[in-house]
Write a protein that binds this ligand. Structure first.
Ligand code: GDP
Ligand code: MG
Length: 163
């Protein structure tokens, strides 16, 4: 069976940008508006000669279940429940936010492998914030820039090693 990698995190951290990088085609909607990905998008990527399924989720925002945001959250949680590996993304420029801490706590309870991604870390930007994200308790953060294509080959090797 094809391994499934799910990209998760609060809105606007760059999940869809990362998805597009990994899948190599523009299949997800990228936007400056937080939470614009309506549902979840799926694509395929080839890592180290293996085909894997990549899922881009909408943000796991706090919302009542009977709202649009609540339904987005429910579909994100369903995707996470099927993941062989979760790429939990934070915005290294914004640093660790209360929403990131909340989702990290949720993810730790899932008992699934998680790779912590500190995105928007182009150049040597945001090193302090990358270091601070150790405190989320999800292991060593991997600094990448999805937009500028930095750290991605290292990320792909890390993903392949965990599947
Ligand atoms: P999502 O809501 O988590 O799916 O985030 P998006 O992929 O839609 O990206 C949100 C915003 O962050 C967009 O304006 C992206 O261009 C921007 N962005 C994504 N990745 C990076 C990055 O590596 N560096 C910087 N500076 N901006 C990024
Ligand atoms: Mg998105």
């Amino acid at each position: 069976q094809t391994p499934c990698v799910v990209i998760a995190g609060r809105p606007n951290v760059g999940k869809s940008t990362l998805f597009n990088r990994l899948v190599g085609r523009r299949q997800a909607i990228v936007s400056d508006m937080p939470g614009v990905t309506r549902d979840y998008k799926e694509g395929e990527a080839r890592l180290g000669g293996r085909l894997i399924r990549i899922v881009d989720t909408a943000g796991l925002e706090e919302a009542a279940p009977d709202t649009v945001f609540g339904r987005m959250r429910a579909s994100s949680e369903t995707a996470i429940g099927q993941a062989d590996l979760i790429l939990f993304c934070i915005d290294a420029r914004a640093g660790v936010t209360p929403a990131d801490r909340h989702f990290a706590q949720f993810l730790r309870r899932q008992n699934r492998p998680v790779l912590l991604i500190a995105n928007k870390a182009e150049g040597s930007a945001a090193q302090t914030e990358v270091y601070e994200s150790f405190a989320l308790g999800l292991g060593t953060p991997l600094a990448v820039s999805a937009e500028h294509g930095e750290g991605l080959s290292h990320l792909m090797r890390e993903i392949a090693d965990r599947l």
